[in-house]
Design a protein around this ligand. Structure first.
Ligand SMILES: [Zn+2]
Length: 298
């Protein structure tokens, strides 16, 4: 497990790496050829933020931490093969991640699209969901309210492998069912139907994915996410516009976790969706009634 060089190593590192060293030494004594390398996971936000804070280049800060930590690990006497040390922020390492990225790009497995992120206006960086505490930046010297901001980002098309991942789970003998189920949920594949709901008095159509198309007769409302691109058009000419706009702004300040955990709420957009199945049912009934009427007239 590569360490993140955020300073000198601490007791947590010692605990991990000493146990690994015990196993490496034991296996060597047993006559195995043991590869016991070490490396630094040295890219990322902490280095950037630290650099902004103290006004030094992130490279300087990172390499200094690595130097200090290397010395500490060597003093512990851990039997790493130091000739094989890797540092992920150096070109000799990241040329390989770039090479791998290009392979995925050429095969259509890496692509760009816009998506929402947690943006801290104070730190001018993106935060992970876990770093948003009560809608604010987790850094004690910042605590700015977090915005949900749309940014153009890279994605990996891991959905291409959903089927294979699911199938191969069955080949894991001896794994607890609980863990396998967690994996299935994470892969998140579900089979269902897309249903298109037209919006009354407009050209807008909303596509809804459901695993229970049989419940369509009971649909009484549609709720959409505050980020849904259709929303702007939906509220264009309604008196509910300001109310919806306020709600969207409030939602943009909440983290994904907060939004998932809280009681569901929402506001009326002023628009009405038409249940496509019920329309057909009414049209059918209307045709029958017309026929009956004609019969009566005749
Ligand atoms: Zn911040």
């Amino acid at each position: 497990m590569f360490a993140y060089p955020s300073g000198d190593i601490h007791m947590g590192h010692c605990k991990n790496y000493v146990i690994g060293d015990v196993i490496a030494r034991y296996k060597r004594k047993m006559g195995f050829e043991v590869l016991h390398p070490f490396g630094w996971d040295a890219f990322g936000l902490p280095a950037e933020n630290r650099a902004i804070e103290v006004g030094i280049h992130p490279r300087e800060w990172t390499m200094k931490n690595i130097q200090v930590s290397d010395e500490s690990l060597k003093m512990l006497g851990i039997s790493y093969d130091w000739d094989r040390e890797i540092i992920t922020c150096l070109p000799s390492y990241y040329k390989w991640t770039q090479w791998m990225f290009l392979l995925m790009f050429k095969r259509g497995l890496a692509y760009k699209k816009e998506a929402y992120v947690n943006w801290c206006p104070g730190c001018q960086t993106v935060l992970a969901n876990e770093q948003v505490v009560d809608g604010h930046c987790y850094r004690s010297n910042c605590k700015s309210p977090i915005e949900r901001r749309k940014l153009n980002q890279w994605f990996f098309r891991i959905t291409e492998y959903a089927e294979r991942l699911l199938k191969d789970l069955e080949r894991l003998d001896g794994w607890p069912e609980r863990v396998k189920q967690m994996q299935r949920n994470w892969i998140g594949k579900s089979e269902g139907t897309s249903i298109i709901f037209p919006i009354k008095n407009s050209d807008i159509k909303i596509e809804v994915f459901t695993t229970r198309a049989d419940t369509i007769f009971g649909v009484t409302f549609i709720s959409i996410a505050p980020e849904n691109p259709v929303l702007e058009d939906l509220i264009k000419d309604t008196p509910y516009r300001d109310m919806v706009k306020n709600y969207v702004l409030e939602a943009s300040r909440k983290s994904v976790v907060e939004r998932m955990e809280k009681e569901k709420d929402g506001v009326f957009t002023g628009a009405y969706a038409i249940n496509p199945v019920m329309v057909e049912k009414f049209q059918y009934m209307w045709r029958i009634m017309s026929l009956l009427n004609m019969e009566v007239v005749w």
